[in-house]
Design a protein around this ligand. Structure first.
Ligand SMILES: Nc1ncnc2c1ncn2[C@@H]1O[C@H](COP(=O)(O)OP(=O)(O)O)[C@@H](O)[C@H]1O
Ligand SMILES: [Mg+2]
Length: 267
């Protein structure tokens, strides 16, 4: 067997890339609970960045601040150089719990983001049908959420986020409520989405393997009060075909390394 040389994990502190979202010195407390302290992080355009950290470290809080759903106590978030003051059409959110309208069909749910934006019915339904097809739900346009599996409901949430054509897609543990096989299929689908759509994805997960599998950049967050402990950019193995990534030695090295740096925080 030829000896494969271990490649070092490439770390970087700052980057010259074109950043679509910049989080600058953001702090946030809930009463006595200090969730984020002086967190600074950049998100390169067209790439997928994962926020990886233990439960309760402030990942959802950071995502909601970027989305403009809650306000930071101090610091700021810039999207394309402009300070975020609330939700906007440049960002769309895929929630952990799907957040579907139970009384509405798949078509209406997917079109709902466009409906909120005042897009005319024929146009929003055309767009919705296209994304329903893209996420593999063609034929389910007239089904209701309770008739779908968890995985299918998550696809509805994803189709809705994609159909509003925001530049930035925020995903909060989108695969946490689905079974392992569905999750793996989603991860593969997400990789091709990132390749084919020129969107910036900000992806929250507590799974090391998932982060390494799907990310161009991983920001590791420390337990509360959270800040970024390191930024890892998984390298060349990401060019491989999706089936080969999990066996790649560099992939496995990075998973090990991240676990080594996180394990000290696990009680
Ligand atoms: N609305 C809230 N009120 C009070 N505490 C909150 C609220 N939301 C989150 N927290 C607390 O802030 C911390 C970070 O929460 P969260 O951002 O949800 O973490 P994560 O998504 O990483 O699990 C946790 O200790 C959580 O209990
Ligand atoms: Mg969370």
């Amino acid at each position: 067997m030829p000896q494969t040389k271990k490649k070092p994990v490439h770390l970087q502190e700052a980057q010259a890339a074109d950043n679509v979202v910049s989080v600058r010195n953001v702090s946030k407390s809930y009463g006595d609970v200090e969730a984020l302290r002086n967190l600074t992080l950049d998100f390169p355009r067209g790439q997928l960045t994962s926020l990886l950290g233990p439960s309760g470290c402030g990942k959802t809080t950071l995502l909601k601040i970027i989305a403009g759903l809650i306000e930071a106590d101090s610091g700021e978030v810039l999207v394309d150089g402009k300070t975020v003051t609330g939700p906007g059409p440049d960002r769309s959110f895929v929630f952990q719990d799907f957040a579907l309208l139970p009384w509405a069909t798949v078509l209406r749910n997917v079109a709902f983001g466009l409906e909120l934006r005042g897009v005319a019915r024929a146009e929003r339904e055309d767009t919705a049908r296209r994304f329903i097809k893209d996420v593999g739900l063609a034929g389910f346009e007239n089904s209701y959420p309770h008739e779908l599996s968890g995985g299918m409901r998550q696809r509805v949430g994803l189709a809705r986020a994609l159909s509003v054509d925001a530049d930035v897609i925020l995903m909060d543990e989108p695969f946490s409520a689905v079974d392992e096989q569905t999750r793996r299929k989603f991860q593969e689908d997400l990789l091709s989405l990132v390749k084919n759509e020129s969107k910036t994805f900000i992806f929250v997960t507590h799974s090391i393997e998932e982060a390494v599998y799907v990310s161009d950049q991983i920001a590791i967050l420390l337990p509360r009060p959270s800040r970024v402990s390191e930024i890892i950019r998984p390298g060349s193995f990401r060019q491989k075909s999706v089936e080969n990534i999990r066996r790649d030695s560099e992939y496995l090295d990075i998973v090990d390394r991240i676990w080594a740096s996180l394990r000290s925080y696990v009680e």
